[in-house]
Design a protein around this ligand. Structure first.
Ligand SMILES: NC(=O)c1ccc[n+]([C@@H]2O[C@H](COP(=O)([O-])OP(=O)(O)OC[C@H]3O[C@@H](n4cnc5c(N)ncnc54)[C@H](OP(=O)(O)O)[C@@H]3O)[C@@H](O)[C@H]2O)c1
Length: 252
């Protein structure tokens, strides 16, 4: 039985990734920040108290794995707080960078040092097309500096990890899972674009994400993809042209 780990699985996409992996036959570990999240199925091994703002998150995960070696790791946790040039928020920015772009370095470090990653295995960072510098245009506008900046930094971290892990046969890929109907998008007011932007339920995006991951080979390590294609990426056609394929490899 292959073994998977989803980091940040209390709700939204992470919860659905853990549920889908478990129903696909993976022995699945899933992390949450606080106890009492009952929506994870009982067969999922839940590791509680894992807050990516803390340096010990990786150690807690390693302890929770109880010596199991992982075939698939998905770092899913994310935070998105709105900002404009008039209202940047220092505290929120620090949190976004900590959770999205700093934590993955330490998670990878602890899992690697504990020999918890199988060879071969896959190490996936859920980032977003919003972390692509090339896909930002003057038509789309500015703002949301730390959301975009922390995800661009996470893409860079993933690229560097792919180099570190290349000879270990650990495939590192960054994924934009699609525009989803989750707390994250609702909380920043993007629910007004759900219908026009083709937003899907997180269970649908979990399915397409996991199906795409299953096709990945080590040749694709260090690349960035949208498994659901260009349909929900606002500036894809303007920047990349028409008739784009699905899955779509994204530019940095
Ligand atoms: N929704 C979209 O349209 C969309 C599009 C592109 C990419 N993404 C990416 O997909 C991922 C999942 O997004 P979502 O829409 O499912 O978001 P969500 O519903 O807001 O869920 C966010 C998840 O991250 C966890 N998390 C937040 N801060 C954490 C911390 N300090 N330590 C540990 N876990 C933490 C949350 O746990 P708690 O319950 O404890 O807060 C929750 O499980 C994110 O990386 C997001 O950027 C989403």
């Amino acid at each position: 039985m292959p073994i998977s780990l989803v980091i940040g699985a209390s709700r939204g996409l992470g919860l659905e990734l853990a549920k889908t992996l478990a129903s696909d036959g993976y022995e699945t570990f899933a992390t949450v920040r606080s106890a009492g999240h009952t929506s994870l199925p009982s067969e999922v091994h839940t590791i509680e108290g894992v807050d990516l703002r803390n340096e010990n998150a990786g150690e807690l995960i390693v302890n929770g794995l109880k010596g199991k070696k992982l075939d698939l790791v998905i770092i899913n946790a994310g935070v998105f707080t709105k900002e404009t040039l008039d209202t940047p928020n220092f505290v929120d920015e620090v949190e976004m960078y900590k959770v999205v772009s700093i934590a993955p370095v330490f998670l990878a470090h602890h899992l690697w040092k504990a020999n918890a990653l199988s060879s071969p295995s896959k190490f996936i960072l859920i980032t977003t097309e919003g972390g692509s510098i090339s896909l930002r245009t003057k038509e789309e506008g500015g703002g949301n500096y730390a959301h975009h900046g922390s995800k661009a930094a996470a893409n860079m971290v993933g690229k560097l990890l792919s180099n570190d892990f290349y000879d270990k046969n650990i495939t590192v890929v960054m994924i934009h899972p699609g525009f989803m109907r989750t707390d994250m998008t609702k909380d920043v007011g993007f629910d007004q674009f759900y219908d026009s932007g083709g937003a899907v339920e997180p269970s649908v995006a979990a399915r397409s994400t996991i199906d795409f991951i299953s096709t990945l080979t080590h040749k694709q390590t260090g690349t960035f993809w949208a498994p659901r294609g260009p349909g929900d990426i606002g500036e894809a056609e303007r920047v990349l042209g028409k008739n784009l394929p699905t899955p779509l490899e994204l530019p940095w």
